[in-house]
Design a protein around this ligand. Structure first.
Ligand code: MRU
Length: 336
């Protein structure tokens, strides 16, 4: 969130053990926070990156607009290089830079940029709430919903996408139980989703990622609701590693599979072949909380995201309404 010229965020690497805010007044600080998952989740990193540009502007001593633009372009380039998969990151940075491009005076640009990033934060909460209401219609009283990773208030500016659907269903008086796969290797499920849901009074059960199949096979899951880091124009849903296996298992067991995403997570310019899946440090896999759990010298692969093809998607829940199957055909009619 924007806090008088600084970017303030909960340090998600410390949850659930410690609840600590960190505050940044340089783009390098914000970029490092994005890379290290201090702030994570597609909508949250989009807004944080835009605010990373705004902190450069408010602290700039540039006398002319060209100098200011140069400083902001350097920050934008650095922020763009942090994480490649979530389109929100690029959406946030582009939106910030587009505002600056409209001004010829330094003070006007600074003022407009600060207003823009505050608006972006407010709009994100509103989009999650709208999306939540559309998604809540798909949830029945008594449903058990499986999710993946954390697509909650922590992953957005507030309210959440997948967890926004669950929050909205609960606000409609429906009783919803949530199954939370731990989401190795960074444990966003067990550390963050379970923290957020239990803190807010939801009933949730953590499972290991390897238990998803059995849960579905034994009829314990009614619906799957996940987030999205990028939905491409051909209807592929990029989300946290493990989402694809949830989708495949959901199809096998007749469980509806619903990704939930605001407009800022749609990339209507690219198809799935054009997207880079982030490869994260091997340490995340061979260590758990700083302790080595695998032999030295064995290669490790750590892709952070996977892609679910449109044929496995029942409908996408967006802030503009539901995108029904075949989603690749229906996206353009809903997201404009
Ligand atoms: O690596 P992360 O924790 O940033 O990955 C987050 C996810 O995959 C979320 O499901 C996605 O960003 C949607 S958040 C509303």
């Amino acid at each position: 969130m924007w806090d008088e010229g600084r970017v303030k965020m909960i340090d998600q690497t410390l949850l659930p053990g410690r609840f600590l805010y960190r505050s940044y007044d340089t783009w390098e600080g914000v970029a490092d926070a994005i890379k290290r998952l201090v702030v994570r989740g597609a909508p949250a990193i989009g807004v944080a990156a835009a605010m990373g540009i705004a902190v450069v502007a408010v602290n700039s001593k540039a006398r002319g607009i060209d100098q200011l633009r140069l400083e902001l372009t350097k920050a934008a380039t650095g922020l763009r290089a942090t994480r490649p998969t979530a389109v929100n990151l690029f959406w946030g940075i582009d939106r910030a830079m587009d505002v600056v491009a409209r001004y010829k005076d330094v003070e006007g640009a600074k003022e407009a940029l600060v207003k823009e990033v505050i608006d972006m934060a407010e709009e994100d909460v509103a989009a999650c709430k709208r999306l939540g209401r559309f998604g809540a219609d798909l949830i029945e009283d008594g449903d058990t919903v499986i999710t993946q990773c954390n697509a909650g208030a922590l992953a957005t500016v507030g309210y959440g996408t997948a967890l926004g659907v669950i929050r909205a269903a609960s606000e409609q008086g429906k009783c919803v139980k949530v199954i939370v796969p731990e989401t190795r290797p960074a444990l966003q499920g067990s550390r963050l989703t379970a923290f957020e849901l239990s803190r807010d009074g939801f009933s949730c059960t953590i499972i290991s990622d390897t238990a998803v199949g059995l849960m579905m096979q034994s009829g314990k899951v009614d619906k799957a609701v996940v987030g999205a880091d990028r939905v491409t124009k051909d209807g592929y849903v990029f989300n946290k590693i493990g989402t694809y296996q949830v989708a495949v298992l959901a199809k096998r067991h007749g469980v509806p599979f619903y990704p939930a995403a605001p407009t800022s997570s749609f990339d209507l310019k690219r198809t799935h072949e054009q997207i880079t899946i982030e490869e994260r440090p091997a340490k995340e896999v061979f260590e758990i909380r700083g302790r080595r759990i695998a032999p030295k010298g064995v290669p490790v692969a750590n892709p952070a995201f996977d892609m679910t093809p449109p044929e496995l998607v029942t409908a996408i829940v967006s802030d503009k309404g539901l995108i029904r199957s075949p989603v690749q055909k229906n996206i353009a009619g809903v997201i404009r």
